[in-house]
Ligand binder design. Structure first.
Ligand SMILES: [Zn+2]
Length: 777
């Protein structure tokens, strides 16, 4: 063995360094958390979570899905509130339409509430956007009553002061949950939708810090405004890159697709277990989260309300890189991404060269160590995925959950598992390969990753670049100095950089994807632990002095402590996170009545089904038709009794030939109460559908042209839905009409869920569909 550490700092110094880094980690993660909520008697010009909560309680008194009477009451409350604040407030009654959803289109009758706060000398429009509808299965306190209430309370605070420079347009959209159709209708046809800067406010959980996670392209100007103004600046350019790669959508996506808007999208995401579920209640909504959301929204509105929006409404030349530290947002321009990544590569190369020059290890050894570092990079995330599999095996109720109800201890366990895996790898190879080569080899991965990300996802390059850069530089200094104190300080600096850059991102990333998809955040944790190796090395016995069984035991103790910690966190997590009435096992069951066949089936997308759901289904089965929320999904079905539920009535209004094309107009009228959607599938044998017009709006072009057209129409009018189709070809035409309502109670053969089991937070979790085909000749 070459004498790599002739004068090791000693394990006491090592413990001190690691304790400092642990404290730093805790500080960065706790620093992300929202502030205390402000009371109802807070100064009028400030945002008060208590005042906003009164709106949340009103809006989220119960489910208020688009088209429901409950949602009409919400619209009335919004109009009254904004009008009372002195804003010109109107309801946009329209039909929104979006291509997609089973190859066809989704449409909805919407009631958007739009209000204007005029500016003194406007340079453009600032749009404050949130959606007022909830899912069918829950009251939607967080999603998105919190967003709507945030805008109401922010506007109230704004009316206390002098007018802003720019116009502020408040857009409270409808049918976001159904199809983003309110935002589509606004962008497509509202006279105030000319374009400008958007602040969209959303939720995918019930608490945690609000994260500015998505921007329009070329976000440098907007990111600067956010960094300057937001009092709780939690945002990461890495999240922007991740979100651009994911298929998830909000109203913001629709506005960006429109092309006339730039802007920023903010959401809070922790507490995902209650998302879209009956448990998304005002009581569960985190008051501090609401305060942070309001503080940021109000401050950003004041900031952007005073800026030159003509500039910000156009994309900047580039995206910025930014990430959170407690209380501030680190930010630098996109053109610096490559120089920082290049410097990281150079620093790590310099470390390899220094190790060789100082006789610590030839380049070959550092390269070999780098090759070996692929093991923890793969094994760490796999171990975390294995941890989730073990948790699901222990608690089958977790199977369909994104995140458990109380995921905190499990997240700690996941981090400890990664720590244990990396340290085990390190402990096994440390004597053979040498600590310095292993540490340098690990940094090679970070430097290479920094360059790869700079090329494919520049907003994420910072994660690997800074730890590699600082690790390379301090490593060189430590090798050259060969001094106890310098070695410890170098390890501390590298570790601190890794913690500051990676810990907040990992802390935001775990709730973003949930423990069920913790593979990706685990990669971030592995990178962090690899950069921490110089600090963790200080915990190991000096290779020169501690030999034999005692040395081996002392070395094994380091990964051992991490793995025991992981096990303990799992045990505590399982004890803390038990299912009960307030934290139920989610279940998804639908009832499909096919009037053509006079046959009914229970259907679930839980595969395998939970205990309660399993009573209704007995095997895989096709449904014989493309049905909303069920088409294209892995299903289990079981026989059900045929309920006395009439199928929607299809009446032919007119049917004529015009210029060689057949024009068919029909009216579809649901025959039962509580119908939330009508799904239409028109099929022309040997011909094609060349035009469709439903509810007074054309079906999007993208869905037209095939021999079949499928459209799901949400919130159909009570007196029936008008549809007109133009078809080519003289083959027979059929229309399958399906209507959908929510709630299974009262169906024959239905057994209520026991306490501790409830409707899952997913669309169509408690859906009743009745379908029938009408031959149109
Ligand atoms: Zn939402």
């Amino acid at each position: 063995m070459p004498a790599e550490r002739p004068s090791g700092p000693g394990r006491l110094a090592g413990l001190a360094v690691v304790a400092l880094l642990l404290a730093l980690t805790a500080w960065t993660v706790v620093g992300l958390q929202p502030p205390d909520p402000r009371p109802a008697d807070a100064p009028a010009g400030e945002f008060s979570a208590a005042r906003a909560l009164a709106h949340v309680e009103r809006i989220a008194a119960g489910p208020h899905v688009a088209g429901s009477r409950a949602n009409d009451a919400v619209v009335e409350h919004l109009v009254a509130t904004l009008t009372d604040l002195g804003l010109d407030t109107r309801v946009q009654n329209a039909v929104g339409a979006r291509a997609g959803g089973g190859g066809g289109a989704r449409m909805a009758r919407v009631r958007n509430v739009v209000a204007v706060l005029p500016g003194a000398e406007p340079t453009g429009r600032l749009y404050l956007v949130a959606h007022h509808d909830s899912v069918e299965g829950g009251p939607g306190a967080a999603d998105d009553a919190a967003g709507v209430a945030t805008l109401l309370e922010s506007v109230r605070a704004l009316t206390e002061g002098p007018p802003l420079r720019n116009d502020v347009v408040v857009v409270l959209t409808d049918a976001e949950e159904a199809c983003l159709c309110g935002a589509e209708a606004f962008a497509a046809s509202h006279p105030l939708a000319g374009g400008g800067v958007v602040l969209n406010v959303e939720a995918r959980g019930t608490g945690g810090p609000p994260i500015m996670f998505e921007t329009s392209r070329g976000n440098a100007g907007l990111a600067a405004a956010f960094a300057d103004a937001a009092p709780h600046p939690v945002a990461s350019s890495f999240a922007v890159e991740v979100y651009r790669a994911l298929p998830n959508d909000t109203d913001f996506s629709v506005l960006l697709e429109d092309g006339a808007f730039t802007g920023m999208n903010t959401a809070f995401i922790d507490g995902a277990a209650a998302y879209h579920s009956p448990q998304d209640t005002p009581e569960r909504l985190d008051r501090g989260t609401l305060q942070a959301l309001g503080d940021n929204t109000l401050a950003l509105t004041r900031e952007l309300g005073g800026r030159d929006l003509a500039v910000l409404a156009e994309p900047a030349a580039e995206d910025a890189t930014y990430f959170p530290l407690p209380g501030l947002l680190v930010r630098y321009p996109g053109w610096l991404v490559w120089p920082v990544a290049g410097a990281a590569l150079a620093a790590v190369a310099g470390l390899g060269w220094t190790l060789r020059a100082r006789g610590v290890g030839p380049l070959r050894r550092t390269a070999g160590a780098a090759a070996l570092a692929v093991v923890p990079l793969v094994a760490g995330p796999l171990a975390v995925q294995g941890l989730w599999a073990a948790l699901v095996a222990t608690r089958p109720g977790y199977a369909t959950m994104l995140d458990p109800w109380r995921p905190g201890w499990f997240r700690l366990a996941a981090v400890a598992v990664v720590l244990g895996v990396v340290l085990l790898w390190y402990a096994l190879l440390r004597r053979r390969v040498g600590p310095a080569a292993l540490q340098a080899g690990a940094l090679v991965w970070l430097a290479v990753l920094a360059a790869v990300l700079a090329a494919v996802a520049p907003g994420g390059s910072y994660l690997a670049a800074w730890p590699a850069l600082v690790g390379g530089l301090t490593g060189v200094v430590a090798v050259l100095a060969r001094n106890r104190v310098v070695t410890a300080v170098a390890a501390l600096l590298t570790g601190a950089t890794a913690v500051l850059v990676l810990a907040p991102t990992a802390a935001l990333f775990f709730p973003a994807l949930g423990l069920s998809q913790a593979l990706a955040p685990a990669v971030v944790v592995v990178l962090g632990v690899l950069a921490l190796l110089p600090a963790l090395e200080l915990l190991f016995p000096d290779p020169g002095t501690a030999t034999g069984a005692r040395g081996r035991l002392a070395a094994a103790a380091v990964p051992g402590v991490a793995l025991v910690t992981a096990w303990a966190c799992v045990a505590v997590g399982l004890a803390v996170d038990r299912f009960d009435a307030g934290h139920p096992v989610p279940s998804r069951l639908a009832y499909v009545l096919d009037a053509d066949q006079d046959q009914a089936r229970w259907v679930t997308t839980e595969t395998p089904p939970g205990e309660w759901t399993g009573r209704f289904v007995d095997g895989r089965g096709a449904l014989g038709a493309e049905l909303p929320y069920l088409a294209g999904r892995d299903l289990l079905t079981g026989p059900a009794e045929v309920a006395d539920l009439p199928a929607p009535e299809v009446a032919v209004v007119s049917d004529e030939l015009l210029g060689g094309r057949r024009e068919i107009a029909v009216r579809i009228t649901p025959q039962r109460a509580g119908v939330r959607l009508v799904d239409l599938q028109l099929t022309v044998d040997g011909g094609s559908v060349v035009r469709g017009r439903i509810g007074g709006r054309d079906v999007p072009e993208e869905a037209i042209g095939g021999s079949a057209l499928r459209v799901t129409f949400h919130a159909p009018p009570a007196d029936g839905l008008q549809a007109a189709f133009t078809v080519e070809g003289d083959g027979p035409v059929r229309l399958r009409a399906t209507d959908g309502s929510d709630g299974l109670a009262g169906l024959p053969g239905f057994e209520p869920r026991p306490e501790g089991v409830d409707v899952a937070g997913s669309h169509g979790a408690d859906l009743v569909l009745v379908t029938a085909t009408t031959a149109l000749g």
